[in-house]
Design a protein around this ligand. Structure first.
Ligand code: G4P
Length: 537
């Protein structure tokens, strides 16, 4: 082979590999069943042969562990940020969106690295606060969303009511692909709206293995299930007639969502979800750089860092940077250039800290996630690339913060270290740094999506910048962007509100409660406040 034909073959290879990738995240509220669904997906992809390993459920195998444990025992490639497995000929990259106490700006940033999202709802609860926040970010980024309504094996709300909630609360048109037969708690199967057949699931012991499926024609289903079948067919028809007919274009432009019903803990509906991801979910596409040009998938390697994890152990200043590959082939050992600094970065230690099975991590293609170890020089939003032409992707936006705290140096003699640390943490996006003349430079306000960000910031101020801090929480719960700077005094003079300026220049108006905001707007109808999902690039 000549050099040019080898290069051509490699490019074809990259395109084919990118097409096989489905990179997505599950967005949900804690307890909706994300870990259970993750495990059920792995079970269906035959990555594991029995569920219960990840999450140690009562009545199932009593092993409590997490993704890393799963990697060790099953030999699949997982970083603490992404789980990768093959399903048939497709490579699934499932990115983790930390929830619970770990909910932070990083959770939102993960969504900049996916091509689609699965919105997981608890059938008894519908849309919950954390899901709504994550959905807002998906909407802002135009990420197509598949909805999986979970826990249909136990009593919950009605299917039509849950679908109505999607339309009414978030303006997302539901397009059911399956419809439950029998009320929540008495699931008799699902109506497959593509074929018109009934899919009936068999229970397995503790839901530990794949639930075998049985397919019945509509005639057989009607004879077997009587009224439950007729009702399901009527409801599904009603929804389809009111705009819920499946339309792939509407899924892609993120105005409508395919809806599936199931029970992750019993593995019901999970195969359907995987097949849908394979058939329908967007695959990696060329990413646009800061000049507005697109970096072709088969261009030389490029990636962007969407998450940086710093070890909390001061003895090891370890830092892992997670990057999504945007173009070309990544090979371990490559020396890449960091577009922000122009400096080279050696990837010898990629993934070295996690697990034992390295095989699949030596090479990565567009859509994959790589974890770069010893990456103290890398920051969230950095672009990495090899060869010419250089490329820089837009940095990641700041997201609407929900928690605020004034930071003050514990030791006034360390003002210089304090300033340097605050500047650095702000630049890295560990917290957003806000200031105002009123508060002065010595008392910046840290703003965060989740309170854990404060802990990380305080820890790093003490250990890395040798300037321990005191954080005093501020009682603000509502935030908007001030559109017109001249209106600043209106907010500053409000009873429980003030305006702070973020380092990127955005003026954020903070209010104790939504009620304070509404009262101020009533008194000053001329005040222009914009709601804020994400800001900047
Ligand atoms: P999360 O990661 O989203 O926080 O949720 P997780 O998977 O941990 O699930 C939360 C609870 O919901 C678990 O129960 C889990 O078993 C249950 N669950 C998940 N999917 C289903 C489902 O399809 N049907 C039903 N009925 N329950 C489901 P738990 O009480 O916390 O644990 P365990 O007692 O079941 O071990």
């Amino acid at each position: 082979m000549t050099a040019s034909s080898t290069a051509q073959a490699q490019r074809t290879d990259v395109i084919a590999e990118a097409r096989r990738r489905r990179t997505f995240a599950v967005i949900s509220h804690p307890d909706a069943g994300k870990s259970t669904l993750t495990e059920a997906l792995a079970l269906h992809a035959h990555v594991i042969s029995e569920a219960g390993a990840v999450h140690g459920k009562a009545g199932r195998r009593g092993v409590t562990s997490d993704w890393m444990e799963m990697e060790r025992t099953r030999g699949i490639s997982i970083t603490s940020a992404a789980l990768q497995f093959a399903y048939g000929d497709t490579v699934i990259n499932l990115l983790d969106t930390p929830g619970h106490a770990d909910f932070s700006e990083d959770t939102y940033r993960v969504l900049s690295a996916v091509d689609s999202a699965v919105m997981l709802l608890d059938a008894a609860k519908g849309l919950e606060p954390q899901t709504l926040k994550l959905f807002d970010v998906c909407r802002y980024r135009g990420i197509p969303v598949i909805t999986f309504i979970n826990k249909w094996d136990r009593p919950g709300r009605e299917a039509l009511e849950l679908c109505d909630e999607l339309t009414e609360r978030i303006g997302l048109q539901p397009m059911p692909l399956t419809w439950p037969v029998g009320v929540a708690g008495h699931l008799r199967g699902v109506l497959d709206l593509t074929s018109g057949d009934l899919i009936r699931y068999q229970h397995t012991a503790g839901g530990a293995t794949i639930a075998p499926e049985e397919r019945l024609t509509p005639q057989q289903a009607a004879a077997d299930l009587g009224d439950d079948w007729t009702q399901a067919a009527e409801e599904a028809e009603l929804l389809q007639a009111s705009g819920g007919e499946f339309d792939v274009a509407r899924f892609f432009d993120a105005t409508a969502t395919p809806v599936l019903f199931g029970a992750a803990v019993r593995n019901f509906g999970v195969r359907h979800l995987l097949d849908l991801l394979v058939e329908l979910a967007p695959r990696p596409t060329p990413r646009t750089d800061t000049d507005g040009a697109t970096r072709a998938l088969d261009a030389p390697f490029s990636a962007f860092v969407f998450k940086v994890q710093t070890g909390m152990d001061p003895a090891h200043r370890d830092q892992v940077a997670f990057a999504r590959v945007c173009s070309g082939v990544f090979e371990r050992g490559m020396v890449v250039t960091n577009a922000s600094t122009g400096k080279p970065f050696a990837t010898k230690y990629v993934q070295q800290v996690f697990g034992q099975q390295r095989a699949t991590l030596d090479t990565a293609y567009p859509g994959d996630v790589i974890g770069l170890v010893n990456a103290t020089a890398l920051r969230v939003g950095d672009t990495l690339y090899t060869d010419k032409p250089p490329v820089r992707f837009p940095g990641l936006p700041n997201f609407a913060p929900a928690h605020f705290a004034v930071a003050r140096p514990a030791d006034l003699g360390r003002a210089k270290q304090f300033r340097k640390g605050v500047e650095q943490l702000g630049a890295e996006g560990v917290v957003q740094v806000l200031r105002s003349d009123r508060r002065g430079d010595a008392a910046p306000v840290f703003a965060a999506v989740g309170p854990m960000q404060f802990e990380v910031a305080a820890h790093r101020m003490e250990t890395e910048f040798t300037s321990p801090i005191h954080l005093e929480r501020l009682p603000y719960n509502a935030v908007r962007r001030l559109a017109d700077t001249s209106q600043r005094p209106i907010v500053d003079n409000g009873r429980r509100s003030e305006v702070l300026t973020r380092v990127d220049g955005a003026e954020l108006a903070l209010f104790a409660e939504e009620m304070d905001l509404r009262l101020l707007l009533r008194a000053h109808p001329e005040l222009v406040l914009e709601s804020l999902v994400a800001e900047g690039n």
